[in-house]
Design a binder for this molecule. Structure first.
Ligand code: RET
Length: 281
């Protein structure tokens, strides 16, 4: 690379890279986004149908779970049509001997719509699990706010600059917040659910364990795709698609069908939830 006139007087690297690298979505990724949109839509309709014949007081899990898949459907519609995505300018300094350093530019698409989706849906998923466990209000509050810290700092990490502590610093903060979430559910959730009997405790152990494994895969995918850019944008879309389908429609169907056949999972919220609503009794 040939140094420019300005770079010889400036101590900073100059942008001389004439051909930046573009890491963007292709047909495969776009198709995947549409497929997941349809899956989320169908799941939302199915979960709504499942709640139809139930009294309002028994619809709590249905309402929360349908909201989760509906928000995901909206987010996937946005991403499939090209919304909720930005071109993140990644600058990497390239050092040269004798000539001034230059910047290498990589432009990678970041789907920030995911973080909007997650900031709404992961608290709702935690609410489902917390209600199932009979977790106390203080623990639910801490879990949900730690979860919001995790998602928002994850968003900052996604737009963090290279060669500064930003990206991996935000990532580390998000991981600590994630540990707080896990702690609330694994320690306080497990203690609370014992009051609901062994059947519910066993079910909570399985579905919370499934959730823990899935959720832990997200920061791994993030590290490989957004963090180190080893995975292409299409591969990233496919990886999150698989995880999202498992974490929302599959999780939701498992919860709602089990709830149907296990009355011990009922949540009593009394008048706060359903007083005055039709369909009681
Ligand atoms: C990020 C990156 C920063 C570190 C951590 C993360 C965790 C994300 C998680 C997301 C879960 C999403 C779900 C979506 C619903 O379908 C933000 C990726 C820890 C746990 C369950």
């Amino acid at each position: 690379l040939v140094p420019t006139a300005t770079s010889s007087i400036s101590p900073l690297p100059t942008i001389t890279d004439p051909r930046p690298e573009y890491q963007v979505v292709h047909d495969e990724g776009k198709r995947t986004l549409w497929v997941v949109f349809v899956i989320m839509l169908v799941a939302s309709i199915a979960f709504t149908a499942m709640s139809w014949s139930l009294p309002a007081s028994k619809r709590l899990y249905h309402v929360v779970t349908t909201l989760i898949t509906t928000i995901a459907a909206i987010s996937y519609f946005g991403m499939a049509t090209g919304h909720g995505v930005s071109l993140h300018d990644v600058k990497i300094t390239e050092q040269h001997e004798h000539v001034p350093d230059t910047y290498k530019h990589i432009y990678r698409q970041v789907y920030w719509a995911r973080y909007v989706d997650w900031s709404l849906t992961t608290p709702l998923l935690l609410l489902d699990l917390s209600l199932l466990a009979g977790l106390n209000g203080a623990s639910i509050f801490i879990a949900i706010f730690a979860d919001l810290v995790m998602i928002l700092t994850g968003l900052f990490a996604a737009f963090g600059g290279e060669e500064t502590p930003q990206k991996w610093g935000w990532y580390a903060i998000a991981c600590i917040a994630y540990l707080v979430v896990v702690w609330q559910l694994a320690v306080n959730g497990r203690a609370a659910v014992l009051n609901k009997g062994t059947k519910v405790a066993r079910f909570f152990g399985s579905i919370a364990g499934f959730t823990f494994l899935l959720w832990t895969a997200y920061p791994i995918v993030w590290g490989v795709a957004d963090g180190s850019r080893i995975a292409s944008v299409d591969d990233e879309i496919i990886a999150y698609a698989v995880l999202d389908v498992l974490a929302k429609p599959v999780f939701g169907a498992w919860l709602l069908f089990t709830h149907q056949s296990m009355p011990e999972t009922n949540v009593e919220l009394g008048g706060f939830w359903s007083e005055g609503l039709k369909g009681e009794g």
